[in-house]
Design a protein around this ligand. Sequence first.
Ligand SMILES: Nc1ncnc2c1ncn2[C@@H]1O[C@H](COP(=O)(O)OP(=O)(O)OP(=O)(O)O)[C@@H](O)[C@H]1O
Ligand SMILES: [Mg+2]
Length: 405
Amino acid sequence: MEGTKISDLQKSFGIIGESDDIKEIIETIAQVAKADITVLIIGESGTGKELVADAIYKSSLRRHRPFIKVNCGAIPAGIIESELFGHVKGSFTGAIEDRKGYFETADGGTIFLDEIGEMPLETQVKLLRILELGEFIPVGGSKAKRVDVRIIAATNKDLYEEVEKGNFRRDLFYRIKTVTIAIPPLRKHPEDIPLLVEKFALDFANRNNIPFKGFSPSAMKLLQQYPWPGNVRELKNFVESMIVLHKGEVITSRDVTKRLFAERKALNDNLPIRVGKPPDQAERELILHQLFLLREEIRDLKSYLFSGGREQEIKSLPPLEAKKEVFVEDEILTEEEPAKEEEHTINPAKIGKVSLEDVERELIEGTLRKFNFQKRKTANVLKISERTLYRKIKEYGLEDTEEEK
Ligand SMILES: Nc1ncnc2c1ncn2[C@@H]1O[C@H](COP(=O)(O)OP(=O)(O)OP(=O)(O)O)[C@@H](O)[C@H]1O
Ligand SMILES: [Mg+2]
């Protein structure tokens, strides 16, 4: 497809970005929109899955027909079938009359099943039937009804993993994943950040009648280096808050750093205690983790201070730890037998005698070993970015000698 057409499409969908990833997404939208094929959109939270679903709908032949959005994660499991497929009078207490479900309402149109990974297994069976036969039976009913609905689904879960865990039906997964649009996290296409910032800033400033003078080049660089765990949504909120806080001023890298640090601190102050471990062990790990964060912060503050607060690029800004990542996954809490005392690399009695560097090194090494050198898991548990983890591994020579897992 020629460039102009892509940019026209982008404009009408409001999808910003010139990176190869975004261009490819737009091309895929253009290719699949007009066919009635099911599309699965995957990506972390805030990456634009709903925006892409809207774009598919808007450029489909069904754009003048109903478009129903259903958040499968927000509907209680007990009523989701009745919501989706309707029910017949008397099928359960409170079913005082026949009720149409979303599929029937969307007949001839499109349904967006957001957070499909949250759909209960029994409901998945019914969905598969609609996909394969174009029919369903309302709750309490005996006769199948036919519908013609195009399905777009989205999830931020890893459906492969959900299938392995038995939470998602394999047959349904294979049925819906034929056309998958994978939206990368923002940190994977930082080249799009200036365009996104400009768009969000101008829209917000115009809408609210606030003068906006722009971000300085180094502030923009900083925004491109930041890992944005909340992706485009977080960037958008950040830009809007900066405009309100710095009305009519050029926003500098100092302003950006200050705000990012303020948020990071607020989140770290809320560090929850890990559960599922003996309290002394939990406390010890918490102290070690705090020491680790402290060291990171000192390093970043140093680099900021050495810049003299001047307009200067600040390298390797630490990631903002999203609250959800602060919690330790159940999987980790429940796996294996409890760690033996001697497996602890640092004895709490030694605190005060060892350097932060020692603590950091041992903590990283121990965590890497515990998770078979799986970098993502290790980084998640340590609550640092994978980027930081790779740097530390190199710094301390902690590379795995075996083959990468
Ligand atoms: N490429 C983009 N261009 C412009 N705006 C974008 C882009 N990607 C995301 N956004 C904006 O970011 C915000 C979040 O996007 P959206 O709601 O589509 O994310 P999501 O992936 O559905 O998130 P969640 O998983 O949390 O539901 C929206 O305001 C959306 O308009
Ligand atoms: Mg969404």
